[in-house]
Structure formats: C-alpha cells, structure tokens
Write a protein that binds this ligand. Structure first.
Ligand SMILES: [Zn+2]
Length: 288
C-alpha cells in the first residue's frame, strides 16, 4: 500500500450500490464527492451494469436510470449533472449556478474540456473514466471544487498542475490549503504503452520506476497515478492533503470497474462526482 493510502479512495456499500470515497475529502465537511463502480445499475452486456456515460453506445434510458441511482444517494437528480465533453486535452471550464443540467443529456454539455471548476454550491461536477484518472480537488478556503480527467495525454500536459493553478487564478485559492484525491485507474503493471508514448514521457522527465519502466517486447509500463501525485505536490499541495491513487486498478478488478484497455474499448464508464454542499438557512452546512 502507498503511504497515505488510508486517506485515499475506499469502497462503501449503500443498498445495492457500491461506490468509493476518499476519507480525506469526506472529512473536509463542505464537499460532497464519490466515484461510482459498475455495480448496482440496470445496463446489460458489456455495459453491465452501472454505466454512467451516453457515448458508449448504451441505451439512453438505462444511462439516465443508472445516473439516478448513483446521484440520488447524494441528493442530486440526473437533470442536475454538469459535464464537459472530454477530449484528452487540458481545457478547463468554470461552471456557475446557471449551468446546472449542462451535461444531463447528450448535446447539452458545457463544451469540450477535461476539467471543471466551480465555487457555486450544490452544483454536481462530473467526470467519466474507464482506466483514465479523475482528480478530485477541493479548496476549502474559497470554497471551491474541481474535477479533472487525466489519461496519458492529460498527464503528459500536467492536467493536475493546471487545474490546481486554475483554482488559484480564478478563485484565489491557497494551494497550501487545497485537498486532492486521485481516483481508481489502470495500474502501472497493467498499463503498457509503446515506444512512441513512452518516448514523450522520457522527454518530459518521467523515466524509471515508479513512473515508467521497461516491459517485454520493447514496450513500457506507465503509472499515471504516480506521475499525477508528483504533479499535484509540485502544484503546492501538501503531502498530508493528498490522497494517493494506485490502490484500485480498473483493469485488475473487472468485478468493480470498467476498463477500456481490458475490454478493448467496448465498455461503460464510471462517474466521478464532486460538489460543494449548500449552506442551510442558518448558515449551517447540511446535505443538499
Ligand atoms: Zn492492474
């Protein structure tokens, strides 16, 4: 287990739903967050069962129902979902209260972008992954939250550092107060890349274990979580405020997770959710 793994994502069950939360964020008080698993949904076949993304070829009504089951545990409806079209870039979009529902149905999305930030309470930012990482960030001093999607392309372009910088630039967040948690994703042992991708990481300084090491046949193992953790620390996030990934591999656990690599592209997506809690009438913080 990694150092600090007890702060990282843990598996929980509520009714038929299995999901993960990071104690580091759960204990912060004003942040709602979760990462879904494939358990407890209504989709079938390769999408079985809690696929949360429309673009996978799943039936629209099943995705809506899966989102309803997952989001309902945190007081949200499928119609509340905020999402951008993930394009493996480092575009960052700010969402405001008026953007509620931008991502609830196909063609309603906020536009292209791989990270969302907001300071609006009660607005559920979502991201979608099946091997790629989702980075959950909270700036309790603002307060503000962010959710970023990082596969190899986003990692190579330092998505982690860019989204932390966006919270500072846009909201005046202090990186020394920021919290970050790295979602389940494909592990370095399962994730094998060719010379072309490996060469770009070597050029960027990510050579050797635990980041990039030789596999058989001239290929390389790439550990996205290990790199993203360093990038988050370089962005000023304190080690005690960082919940590492690497404990849950989406490819090693077909019972819990979809894996794009393992299923050769024909698979569903897990949803990452983060929101700021709404303050109650007396300024009291409670579930929305
Ligand atoms: Zn693995």
């Amino acid at each position: 287990m990694n150092a600090g793994a007890d702060k990282g994502f843990q598996l929980y069950r509520r009714g038929g739903l299995l999901y993960l939360q990071a104690p580091l964020l759960a204990e912060c008080g004003n942040v709602i967050h979760a990462f879904s698993t494939r358990a407890g949904g209504c989709s079938e076949g390769a999408m079985a069962s809690l696929n949360t993304a429309f673009h996978t070829g799943d039936e629209y009504s099943r995705v809506w129902e899966n989102r309803r089951r997952f989001l309902g545990h945190w007081g949200f409806q499928p119609g509340d979902v905020v999402a951008a079209i993930q394009v493996h870039g480092v575009g960052i979009r700010e969402a405001g209260a008026a953007d509620r529902g931008r991502g609830a149905v196909p063609r309603s999305f906020l536009g292209e972008g791989d990270a969302l930030i907001t300071a609006a309470p009660g607005l559920p930012l979502t991201g979608y992954a099946a091997d790629c990482l989702l980075l959950f960030l909270a700036a309790p001093d603002v307060p503000a939250v962010a959710l970023a999607h990082a596969g190899w392309r986003g990692t190579l372009q330092n998505m982690a550092g860019q989204v932390a910088a966006a919270l500072q630039r846009r909201f005046g967040a202090d990186s020394a107060a920021m919290l970050a948690a790295v979602s389940p994703g494909i592990c370095g042992r399962c994730y094998v890349v060719g010379r072309d991708v490996a060469g770009q990481f070597i050029e960027a300084g990510w050579s050797g274990k635990p980041y990039l090491w030789k596999a058989s046949g001239g290929a390389f193992h790439l550990d996205l979580a290990a790199i993203n953790e360093v990038q988050l620390r370089r962005a000023g996030i304190k080690p005690e405020h960082l919940a590492p990934g690497g404990c849950w591999c989406t490819s090693c656990r077909p019972d819990l997770f979809y894996s794009y690599r393992r299923e050769k592209g024909k698979t569903g997506r897990m949803m990452g959710l983060i929101a700021l809690r709404k303050a109650g009438p007396a300024g009291e913080v409670k579930d929305s």
